[in-house]
Ligand binder design. Structure first.
Ligand SMILES: C[S@@+](CC[C@H](N)C(=O)[O-])C[C@H]1O[C@@H](n2cnc3c(N)ncnc32)[C@H](O)[C@@H]1O
Length: 302
């Protein structure tokens, strides 16, 4: 079992909470933390919308649901909007306050209910056989005790309950990094073409490794990549029955965040890129770096 490093742990965790809290506040100023609005954000249109909608189909009225690492609560709220009694947990009280404030403004229109709780997932103790559905999105790779969290999720699900986990998985492979580097060079991004050319001349063959570092540092936080030493897909597969696995495209996610073009030009371009990317992943010419698992706790087990 991975032990929690005591030195600086609390301080780093406070930094993690502050960073995601500030991020949630900034995002909420641009878009309300609500899937009905978030679904129209560019990165969601391109590669998350269908996956999130497919997951939400599994949430039925009166179900007890839990989201771990819920941040501003848009997914927890979406489950409640489908009638669930939804709990969202996160280390960032600041992010949860964004979630709570928004929920107060629309509570009357929500079929189910929402509760938000501050919790450190690395030390979390959950009640047994309580939830029909547990969701964890983009959070496992921040955890130093992933094995502990997965064991707690298993315990907390009712027999036959569903874990939906979505996260990055594994290292960026060389072909993926090379394709991402080429696209970053060719497409308009925040970096001007002059600067790109100067960077290429300066860093030469080292340019792709700089892109690799940039991909891995996306959303950089004190615990970014802390969970990379664990294989969460394997850990979940050891306990649960994996009903469905969805491999994300390899480069589209990163490129979508970098491209600087108006929607009328970006959307067809990114849709086309995503379709080709998925094919290359399917035929194993590129390695996906994100995975979604639908994993079931065996019925009859407590
Ligand atoms: C990349 S964000 C994902 C947020 C949200 N699930 C989404 O997809 O929009 C990671 C979230 O995990 C939370 N987190 C990181 N470490 C945590 C921990 N040890 N305990 C609880 N939450 C944690 C952060 O505060 C942040 O809200």
């Amino acid at each position: 079992m991975t032990m929690i490093p005591t030195n600086d742990y609390e301080q780093q965790l406070a930094g993690e909470a502050e960073l995601w809290g500030t991020d949630a506040e900034r995002q909420a100023q641009e878009t309300p933390p609500d899937w009905r609005y978030h679904r129209s954000l560019r990165h969601n249109i391109i590669y998350h919308q269908a996956d999130i909608d497919a997951f939400l189909e599994h949430v039925q009225p009166s179900m007890a649901t839990l989201e771990l690492g819920c941040a501003s609560g848009w997914l927890t709220l979406a489950m409640a909007q489908r009638g669930a009694n939804a709990t969202g947990m996160d280390i960032s009280d600041k992010a949860l306050n964004v979630a709570r404030r928004y929920y107060e403004t629309i509570q009357e229109t929500v079929n189910g209910s929402v509760t938000y709780e501050v919790a450190d997932l690395n030390t979390l103790e959950l009640p047994a056989a309580t939830y029909d559905v547990i969701a964890v999105k983009g959070t496992l790779h921040h955890l130093v005790r992933m094995d502990h969290v997965i064991a707690q999720i298993y315990k907390a699900l009712k027999p036959g309950g569903l874990l939906w986990a979505s996260d990055s998985h594994g290292e960026e492979s060389l072909p993926t990094v090379l394709v991402a580097s080429g696209l970053m060079f060719l497409l308009p991004t925040q970096v001007s073409y002059g600067e790109k050319l100067r960077g290429l001349l300066r860093f030469g063959l080292k340019s792709p490794s700089r892109i690799k570092a940039s991909i891995e540092a996306e959303g950089l936080s004190p615990f970014e990549g802390a969970g990379r030493e664990h294989d969460w897909v394997k850990l979940i597969g050891e306990r649960f029955t994996v009903e469905r696995r969805v491999d994300s495209p390899a480069v589209t996610g990163y490129i979508t965040h970098q491209v600087k073009l108006p929607d009328w030009a970006a959307l067809p371009l990114l849709h086309g890129l995503c379709a080709v990317d998925r094919l290359l992943v399917r035929f194993k010419l590129l390695r996906n770096t994100g995975v979604i698992l639908y994993a079931r706790k065996t019925a009859g087990e407590q």
